[in-house]
Design a protein around this ligand. Structure first.
Ligand code: SF4
Length: 357
């Protein structure tokens, strides 16, 4: 059994402007010691979904199931959730000051968390753990820095302190929401290396949420791409980066050449993410898709299997798009792929041969 099994999660909010359908049916699993990358633009539902799992979306209407170690996170109640948060599932945010209180010493905050969750731990033992954790995440002179306030740390050190705090109770799962977005490239690489090293050491499962496919290129085992509140593609990392199927995934990759090592100009995806109150009909990506066909404007495509070219250990590869599922990589030009999918082209090509579903 997977450590976390989320099934058909739906999250919506009533607002003065209408119902915001933030997550419209999301399923995924995470196993111990594995990393799942959840990728998408802002408003895709990637953060709302994990915040909901942690009970951090009060007022939301929530449906579905989220079994964590056999216990449904969506029905456990706030009291039980308080014991799970931090001790079994920890979160790392983009802004360390959302976890670190600016008015308390960094070490004291780690000590307090340890003592809250482990009532048997004495003051001295908790302090020892705080120093040990700060040392583990690479804070120099941890015995001295443990008494610093957050503002006395650099941005990178604050992020390290937040990782120390997240790991202090040895959680089974860490959810990191854009953990390096505010950092410069060098510090970002150091923090990602650190997270990867510690994850292996502690055998922790990790969910990395990001808008940037480049960030997880070296660390995710599996990648879930979200758009308009729903997953549009899921695959093992290598399939996702080298044999992606969905035009949105392709667009995300073209906007980060570092993700594939490709050279050339960045190509941002044209247009804006959809309104979650008034979603487009059919495929919600169709107003921005260069491959759009008539059918796309009417019918919403389900997630369906894509033949895996790279054969990653029994990994599933699925995509929610009406284009032929053999057209992986989308190396062909848009018009040729579109004509082939619509049955207008009889001739096969390397890229699109195989016909439509
Ligand atoms: Fe584009 Fe159509 Fe596929 Fe949607 S279903 S991503 S509009 S080709």
């Amino acid at each position: 059994m997977s450590l976390l099994e989320v099934t058909d999660l739906k999250v919506s909010f009533n607002t003065a402007d209408g119902v915001v359908r933030a997550v419209r049916g999301m399923s995924f699993t995470v196993d111990r010691g594995r990393t799942l990358g959840i990728v998408g633009e802002s408003g895709s539902g990637k953060s709302v979904s994990t915040q909901t799992l942690m009970g951090l979306t009060p007022g939301a209407r929530v449906e579905g199931r989220a079994l964590f170690d056999g216990e449904d996170l969506l029905t456990v109640g706030e009291k039980r959730m308080r014991t799970i948060r931090g001790a079994q599932i920890a979160m790392i945010f983009q802004d360390p000051l959302s976890s670190l209180h600016p008015l308390y010493k960094v070490g004291w905050q780690i000590e307090e968390m340890v003592r809250q969750h482990e009532p048997g731990a004495g003051k001295e033992q908790a302090r020892k753990r705080a120093v040990e954790m700060l040392g583990l995440v690479g804070i120099p002179q941890p015995e001295r820095r443990v008494d610093d306030y957050p503002h006395q740390f650099s941005g990178g050190m604050r992020q390290r302190a937040m990782i120390a705090m997240a790991l202090a109770l040895n959680p089974k799962l860490i959810i990191a929401d854009e953990p390096t977005t505010a950092l410069d490239a060098t510090v970002q690489a150091q923090i990602l290396d650190l997270m990867q090293r510690l994850q292996r050491e502690f055998d922790t499962a990790l969910i990395m949420i990001t808008h940037d496919l480049g960030v997880i290129a070296d660390m995710a085992d599996d990648v879930l791409v979200m758009y308009g509140g729903k997953p549009v593609e899921f695959a093992g990392r290598r399939d996702l980066y080298y044999r992606q199927h969905h035009p949105y995934t392709k667009g995300l990759l073209q906007s980060v050449p570092s993700a594939t090592g490709a050279k050339g100009r960045l190509r941002p995806i044209p247009g804006q993410p959809p309104s979650l109150i008034n979603l487009p009909s059919g495929c919600v990506f169709h107003p921005r898709c260069e491959y759009v066909m008539e059918r796309c404007r009417v019918d919403e495509p389900p997630l369906a299997p894509v033949p895996s070219g790279l054969g990653e250990e029994g990994r599933e590869h699925v995509s929610a798009c009406w284009l032929p599922h053999e057209a992986v990589g989308l190396g062909a030009d848009a018009e040729r792929v579109r004509r082939r999918a619509a049955g207008l082209d009889a001739g096969g090509t390397d890229d699109v041969d195989g016909g439509s579903r």
